[in-house]
Design a protein around this ligand. Sequence first.
Ligand SMILES: *[C@@H]1O[C@H](CO)[C@@H](O)[C@H](O)[C@H]1NC(C)=O
Ligand SMILES: *[C@@H]1O[C@H](CO)[C@@H](O)[C@H](O)[C@H]1NC(C)=O
Ligand SMILES: *[C@@H]1O[C@H](CO)[C@@H](O)[C@H](O)[C@H]1NC(C)=O
Ligand SMILES: *[C@@H]1O[C@H](CO)[C@@H](O)[C@H](O)[C@H]1NC(C)=O
Ligand SMILES: *[C@@H]1O[C@H](CO)[C@@H](O)[C@H](O)[C@H]1NC(C)=O
Length: 598
Amino acid sequence: MSTMAAVRLAVFVATLLVCVAADDDPIIEVNSGKVAGRVVEFAHKDVEVKRTVHVFQGIPFAEPPVSGLRFRAPEPKSPWEGVRDAKELGNACMQPASPLIPIEEPKSEDCLYLNIFVPQTGDDKLPVMVWIHGGGFIIGSGGTGYNGTALAAIGDVIVVTINYRLGPFGYLSTGDGHVSGNYGFLDQVLALQWVQDNIAEFGGDAKKVTIFGESAGGISVEYLMLSPLTDGLFLRAIMESGTSTMPGFFISDKAKQSKIAHGLGKLVDCEKDTSEELIQCLRRASAEDLMEAGNLENGKLANVTGIADLLIPFSPVVDGNFLTAPPEDLIRDRSFPKRGTDILIGTMADEGMTFLIIFFLDNANDTEVFMNKTTYEAVSSTFLGSDKTSNPSVVDAVKLMYVNWEDADSEDADYVEALSQTYGDLYFVCPADLSARAHFQAGSKVYQYQMTHIPAESLFKMKWLKAGHGEDIPFVFGWHFDSAMNWTMPDDDVMMTLKIMKYWTNFAKTGNPNLFDGDVALSEDEKQTEWPLFKVPGLEYKDMSLKMETKRALKAKECAFWNDFIPKLMKHTDTAQTCSKETEDGKLKYKEEENRQP
Ligand SMILES: *[C@@H]1O[C@H](CO)[C@@H](O)[C@H](O)[C@H]1NC(C)=O
Ligand SMILES: *[C@@H]1O[C@H](CO)[C@@H](O)[C@H](O)[C@H]1NC(C)=O
Ligand SMILES: *[C@@H]1O[C@H](CO)[C@@H](O)[C@H](O)[C@H]1NC(C)=O
Ligand SMILES: *[C@@H]1O[C@H](CO)[C@@H](O)[C@H](O)[C@H]1NC(C)=O
Ligand SMILES: *[C@@H]1O[C@H](CO)[C@@H](O)[C@H](O)[C@H]1NC(C)=O
């Protein structure tokens, strides 16, 4: 049945039941009941496309994960009667306030909702792109900032955005199996299952699902690829500035998990001897109290646990269900499910600038910031992580790699750049390099990019951040075309957003960012900007700048440094390691670097 026929039939049936919806509201029947969305007419002076888009917001895909369902896998939504309004965003998940990128929706533990943007093209087998938001597993939602209307209209794809549980609600674990953790990931899995079960009713092709995400969303995308629970849920994957081996976003130490869980308990009057008692008590605590107790900014959790470098206390863990081994082991050993997922993966040229915000809060209006040698020496290891800062050889090696030695005798060498590149490579670029190589070697088609284009307006409202972390988001979602965003771009940025939306949606359609479909020949203009596959050897990638040049070997030396040399150096210079503790069959095992956050 065509989409239109389905809509008409649904409208007819719905009229017989209840009449909450206006006559021309699109109504769709999903497996738990009917939803009424609204019609948005997309048009903008800077793009030829005019499209009607049916927008459905706040569709529940799970039972509210409250009281007895808190700290448990989500359960599918039970059916409702009549037609449910789907014209407003559902609640965002519990999270602390984030002044730099505020969330507009109300926050509640009852937050497992998704939003769907359906371009009316007459095609009832549209590719589907499911967006997983970032925010360090602490903040964010599928709502604010991720209006999929422009991407759906311009790219002719269905866009779905989802919420998942955050902080202690999504990622608490007791380390002993009582509360196994990863509930935020299980929410993502259930949302993807919901898409499989229902997207055909919206005119989507369940066999052509691309998952995409930025930062913790990109990390989630790769975790979903590593999980045994996601077979058949997606075909393609886009990771923007986030991969599973990013330092600081995984806790392997079960004792530490337990310490954090019991520490949280102490803060909400749940000081207990056993995990069982602890969890019973935590299930009765108020959501606000739990959120506040888990909020790092107030320092209480660090205080009660005595763990100083506690930046993402509620992180992904090995739960034996969603995840069977540490992500770095799975990636390095290529021992993840090899499903031939097509992959588009990349980072920003100035990711590490984000770490420097704390040093330059007063410089929001400056286009450049400076740091002298003295300050650099004092702060250079702030975010290296305790395993590295405790090892002087590592700290020296990092300086050797990143300081500009030609000017190192001057107080004024570019130390901001040295720090930015250090942290950008350590946290983003080189973990992505590890992933690109691993997926290529596991038989996936891989396309790699780095965005060097500096946006006219900064997401974080700091002009000196350049092509910083997160600055790709307005381009991927086409904020320029959304009047509600008030985000007008100059012509160069408009060209960039159109090109990026084209690459992303082409990829969702064909697995190739260059082609709308296999038969369409490239125009001369398009050949100029054709994006080749990433291969080893070869290492070709797309430099996302106005020229859209193809380059090769992105940070190859720096990534050999972080991914090969530093782990070896740490092994050879680990004074705590005696000869008898030599790692099994000479194979290097890498310490997970814990609890650090950009
Ligand atoms: C941390 O604990 C110490 C000692 O108990 C106390 O003095 C301090 O106020 C606590 N800090 C916070 C932020 O709770
Ligand atoms: C930046 O400029 C704006 C507008 O002139 C001003 O309101 C704001 O206080 C400035 N911010 C800083 C950190 O100087
Ligand atoms: C380096 O910069 C810091 C902070 O701006 C300043 O306090 C210090 O005096 C400077 N040191 C030198 C040697 O220039
Ligand atoms: C989403 O964007 C479209 C245009 O791209 C706009 O018409 C619509 O009002 C926006 N919706 C929301 C909820 O901001
Ligand atoms: C839109 O942005 C401009 C420039 O940043 C600002 O002057 C204006 O007040 C904003 N309008 C709204 C409605 O937020």
